[in-house]
Design a protein around this ligand. Structure first.
Ligand code: GDP
Ligand code: NAG
Ligand code: NAG
Ligand code: MG
Length: 392
């Protein structure tokens, strides 16, 4: 037996009509659901931004920079998979890998194969990963032992200190970095939790943004006991390097007397390298390097970059990439609202344990929003500074 088709032509006609109508209903209902689901913005979801091919000249000379050890390749493949899928397969910005040891063939094979974009592998010059002559290495060793005994995070590690010093003031001097104007830092074991549908480098360049971040967090103060004292000494010697409309308030609630520990978590950062190459940043890093805290304490590159960005840049030259979902083991930033839906985020913004803006540790992120933009909103800024009796 075949299908049950009625013999009568009239019945056949009615059956066909019913079938057509229900098909229409189905399509119509689905179309409506699609439009209402995306609140009339469904087109935006599928809009394709411009894409750049690997060898194409890019609108910004920019790269990813990854400091890594040879054994990091496996977790770096995870990081690269994330950034490629969420962003770079369309934009094809090159990668620069840096290491204090020569890269192995295995590392090169295993990372090169994760992207179509250009990849560069560089060894760090010895003088950028060793003790300056003014450092007392015995004293440095004693302080590592002391910090280790006191359970300071990475307090006993010598290589971690070279890493922090290199990331603070030297990575952008590497010969491979000279061809680039902007950089985006990547690390092993991180995750990107939302699509990035636009070019953050271009976004920054068009708006004169020099520093971009996504997680703001408190520092472990036992790693930087005298950092702020050194900063104050520097500022006294170089008052000309401090613009009027900076973000001092974000790092110091008593007009510069003490540091509150707020910093941008530098394992994610996108920066205009001309900031790090500027005379003021160079002087600042050289001064801190002479002070010895990279070795006698355990100064991190995150507070060093952040204090510089907060003091030496105008507030609007620093941008919170609130729409970029990002996880580094320990904490994540997860956008909420429209950005979450549109950028196909897979994180939970209300997660109590991981999402930084929900935690006490995330007060720094939340309070960034309290700082008003200046020159464009100069009046608002003045009112704000009067109300809190601070100068910034
Ligand atoms: N070449 C090299 N890279 C290092 C070394 N120590 C840390 N790194 C890199 O420096 C970055 C920060 O290190 P990580 O272990 O993630 O520290 P954490 O994020 O502060 O916990 C990562 O990109 C590491 O791959 C080292 O001794 N040599
Ligand atoms: C790296 O890749 C090359 C070319 O495909 C291959 O000949 C070589 O055996 C690989 N080496 C390692 C260590 O994976
Ligand atoms: C903040 O400190 C600066 C520099 O030390 C000083 O000029 C200014 O008057 C201080 N402002 C307030 C409100 O205390
Ligand atoms: Mg890390």
């Amino acid at each position: 037996m075949g299908m049950m088709v009625p013999r009568s032509p009239l019945l056949r006609y009615m059956l066909a009509a019913v079938a057509l109508l229900s098909l229409y209903g189905l399509v119509h209902v689905n179309y409506e659901r699609a439009t209402s689901l995306f609140n009339g913005r469904h087109l935006e979801l599928y809009e394709r931004p411009v894409s750049y091919q690997p060898g194409d000249p890019k609108p910004v000379k920019a790269c990813f920079t990854i400091l890594s050890r040879n054994h990091d390749w496996r977790s770096l493949r995870e990081s690269m998979k994330q950034i490629e899928d969420r962003f770079n397969h369309r934009f094809n910005y090159p990668y620069v890998f840096l290491n204090d040891k020569p890269f192995t063939e295995e590392f090169i094979n295993m990372t090169r194969s994760m992207t179509q974009a250009e990849v560069y592998y560089g060894e760090i010059p010895k003088e950028h990963w060793s003790y300056p002559e003014w450092i007392d290495q015995e004293k440095a060793k004693r302080s590592r032992e002391e910090m280790d005994k006191n359970k300071v995070m990475y307090g006993g590690s010598e290589s971690y200190r070279h890493m922090c010093r290199f990331e603070s003031g030297l990575f952008f001097k590497h010969p491979l970095m000279q061809q680039f104007d902007y950089y985006w830092r990547l690390e092993p074991g991180i995750e990107y939790l939302c699509d990035i549908n636009y070019d953050p480098f271009l976004y920054m360049k068009q708006r004169n943004i020099r520093y971009g971040w996504t997680i703001g967090i408190f520092e472990l103060m036992n790693t930087i006991p005298t950092l702020w004292d050194s900063v104050k000494k520097f500022v006294k010697q170089h008052p000309e390097t401090i613009p009027e409309h900076n973000s001092l308030w974000w790092v110091s609630r008593d007009n510069g007397t003490t540091y509150n520990g707020c910093h941008f978590w530098s394992n994610f950062e996108i920066a205009d390298l001309s900031f790090y190459r500027s005379e003021q940043y160079t002087k600042f890093f050289d001064f801190l390097d002479r002070e010895g805290g990279f070795f006698y304490e355990r100064w991190g590159d995150a507070p060093v970059h952040s204090i510089a960005a907060a003091l030496f840049l105008q507030k609007e030259e620093v941008h919170w990439f609130d729409d970029i979902g990002y996880l580094h083991p320990g904490w994540q930033h997860c956008p909420s609202g429209d950005a979450w839906l549109q950028n196909r985020c897979t994180c939970d913004p209300s997660d109590k344990d991981k999402t930084i803006t929900n935690a006490d540790w995330g007060k720094c992120s939340r309070e960034w929003a309290l700082l008003p933009d200046t020159p464009p909103n100069y009046r608002k800024a003045l009112a704000f500074s009067k109300q809190r009796s601070i100068a910034f």
